[in-house]
Design a protein around this ligand. Structure first.
Ligand SMILES: Nc1ncnc2c1ncn2[C@@H]1O[C@H](COP(=O)(O)OP(=O)(O)OP(=O)(O)O)[C@@H](O)[C@H]1O
Length: 264
């Protein structure tokens, strides 16, 4: 565990304040609030329908809360379009691998980098020098990630033919190519076997330890969450029911009851 980040003393990268989301008559989130502290790995868990995906989608600006606020480094993100999020320093992966399957590994990673650096293609067309420098930077970042994730031997192959575990690494590389301060991981262990989940846990730690990225891990895989997270937030029926270090959260009676009741 990262000793420096286990307390609540660090600066908040994200502050989620009293976020409520209604879908018609359904209260998907009911006044949820917590901070994600710089440098931590925060696990977000909860039984099916608890509201995890809804919150994740609010953080990545796909959904706008009915009420409440979400601040990134002290500024509300609710007025921003989703495509501005990457430029701000928030990266995300998708639950199902969302790579362009006929593009090579390298090009997929480059596409990720592109969304971070080039915001406006028309303006960029008039600034060719700048566009060229940005392209060179994207190429360097892609190569750095290929080396860092040991993807060299498959770098020029289409993603489609790769084993699923490798595709997930490409997905991670693509999200890291935006050089995020905060990485939102949406059920990254889904579909992975036991060994692959272990490798994923090591990778998530490396993302934080070696690249200094703060991580929000939304995940059903309990042993992964409990082994990599510094803190865990537990949700049930749209509300936060617990928040704290993994060991404490696991013993929380409300959490135990939620999971027994949820049949997971
Ligand atoms: N687009 C939507 N329209 C209507 N209701 C929705 C929508 N998205 C989610 N909900 C409802 O909001 C509640 C929270 O769902 P959400 O998907 O956020 O939970 P979850 O914790 O991610 O669940 P799971 O672990 O099964 O993915 C559920 O009752 C769900 O049916």
């Amino acid at each position: 565990m990262h000793a420096a980040v286990t307390g609540a003393a660090g600066a908040a990268v994200i502050s989620i304040r009293e976020v409520t989301v209604r879908f018609g008559g359904i209260l998907a989130l009911d006044g949820v609030g917590f901070d994600i502290i710089a440098g931590e790995i925060l696990g977000l868990i909860g039984p099916n329908g608890a509201g995890k995906t809804t919150l994740f989608n609010c953080l990545s600006r796909l959904y706008t809360p009915t009420s409440g606020d979400i601040e990134f480094e002290g500024e509300s993100i609710l007025g921003l379009e989703p495509h501005r999020i990457a430029g701000l320093g928030i990266g995300r992966t998708f639950q199902n691998v969302a790579a362009f399957s006929n593009l090579s590994v390298r090009d997929n990673i480059r596409v990720g980098g592109h969304s971070a650096t080039v915001g406006d293609p028309i303006t960029d067309a008039f600034r060719l020098g700048r566009a060229r420098r940005e392209r060179a930077k994207i190429d360097r970042t892609a190569q750095d990630l290929i080396d860092w994730l040991d993807l060299g031997e498959v770098a020029e192959l289409p993603v489609a033919g790769l084993p699923f575990g490798w595709q997930k690494r490409v997905e991670m590389a693509r999200a890291l190519a935006t050089e995020p301060k905060l990485l939102l991981l949406d059920e990254p262990a889904a579909g992975l076997n036991h060994d692959e989940v272990e490798a994923l846990g090591d990778l998530i730690r490396r993302v934080r330890d070696e690249r200094g990225v703060t991580v929000l891990l939304v995940e059903h895989h309990m042993s992964l969450v409990m082994s990599v997270s510094d803190r865990v937030v537990v949700m049930n029926f749209g509300r936060k029911i617990a928040e704290g270090p993994p060991a404490a959260v696991q013993q929380n009676p409300e959490v135990v009851a939620a999971y027994l009741g949820g049949g997971e």
